[in-house]
Design a protein around this ligand. Structure first.
Ligand code: ADP
Ligand code: NA
Length: 336
């Protein structure tokens, strides 16, 4: 009997405050807001909720101050296990978001408790997957990544916001099973990483040129030769390149899925990337449980990403980030 997979999410949790304004405040200006909403947010929290909503067991390890205890309760209500999270003396991480009438926004992010030093605890023995973002101290993420790799867990990293040049250049890619980036991040990362060595002589790839971002993702893969690279393409869907999947010419064979067809049109894309990453982790967990192995076929990856694309498609049709992440049951109705 295989144990139920468990995903450790070591990441950020914030109080997000949305101020509805006519226009974004200019320097020196005082404006009034005609609406204020307070919601739990942060990429770590969003992705943990996405794992749970997708049907996976998510163990969230993060930190809040007294002022943000309710955000942890909120995660708990969504089925996330928060037992490993800490209350610290710092204020909870906070995002002040002005949302203008034309949809434009402006955000002030206070890291607060997300950068608090937490006691380093061993990973729960039943953990099978690790999911990381980049809204906490990178040292902290690297500690968990190295622990997880030494336990041969599946590790997933969504490097948003983008680490610094130095951080990227020294990143231990060999410890990472899956990288999830959007197209802009893929291009930024490649530009930084390629300057590490000039050895790689890039020849133009004629094959697969019809697939957006194929070339950039392939180059990124060349910089992390044991990591599966997933590049989300917004309204154009997603592209994955796996080191193990090559065509007869030795080029990485793309797995490309178009975005979900939207009945309602785009309402709010906030959180779509987090929804995708959490569903990806949950899908990989599911497969591992079903098959009893970490080895994936092309069909397996297509099946996992199809559900991610459906989920992210539902997410962009609803306002909000965490609140717009659909339940697995809602996603599965869509796909029947
Ligand atoms: P991020 O939010 O991290 O920038 P993307 O914009 O690539 O990431 O979006 C993540 C996923 O959300 C995409 O792969 C896609 O499945 C879905 N998505 C995003 N925007 C749209 C859209 N306009 N229409 C349909 N799906 C979308
Ligand atoms: Na949304």
């Amino acid at each position: 009997m295989v144990n139920v997979p468990r995903c450790l999410v070591r990441g950020s949790i914030n109080v997000d405050e949305y101020f509805d304004v006519k226009d974004i405040a200019r320097p020196g200006e005082t404006i009034s807001s005609h609406g204020l909403a307070k919601r739990a947010g942060g990429k770590g929290a969003n992705q943990a909720v996405a794992v749970a909503k997708a049907g996976g067991q998510a163990d969230f390890v993060g930190a809040v101050g007294e002022d943000g205890l309710w955000t942890l309760d909120h995660l708990s209500e969504h089925g996330v296990n928060i037992a490993g999270s800490e209350r610290v003396s710092e204020l909870t991480g906070r995002a002040l978001i002005q949302v203008a009438e034309d949809g434009e926004n402006s955000i002030i992010l206070f890291k607060g408790a997300n950068y608090a030093k937490l006691p380093k605890k061993p990973i729960h023995p039943l953990t099978t997957h690790l999911l990381l973002q980049n809204e906490i101290s990178l040292d902290e993420s690297l500690f968990y990544l190295s622990e997880a790799a030494s336990l041969s867990l599946v590790t997933i990293f969504n490097p948003s916001p983008m680490p610094t040049t130095e951080e990227l250049k020294s990143f231990p890619w060999y410890q990472l099973t899956w990288l999830i980036v959007n197209e802009g991040e893929a291009a930024d990362m490649y530009r930084i990483l390629i300057s590490r060595t000039n050895a790689e002589q890039e020849t133009d790839v004629q094959a697969y040129t019809e697939i957006p971002a194929y070339s950039i993702t392939r180059k990124l893969l060349s910089q992390m030769p044991t990591t599966n690279v997933v590049c989300t393409l917004g309204g154009r869907g997603v592209l994955a390149l796996l080191p193990s999947l090559r065509d007869s010419g030795g080029l990485p064979e793309p797995i490309y899925l178009p975005a979900a067809k939207l009945d309602k049109g785009v309402v709010d894309t906030t959180g779509a990337g987090d929804c995708f990453a959490g569903y990806m982790a949950a899908g990989l967990m599911n497969l591992q449980q079903e098959k009893g192995t970490k080895l994936l076929s092309k069909q397996d990856v297509i099946a996992v990403m199809t559900r991610c694309v459906q989920a992210a498609g539902l997410c962009v049709q609803k306002p909000g980030a965490m609140a717009s992440i659909p339940l697995g049951t809602e996603v599965d109705i869509e796909t029947v």
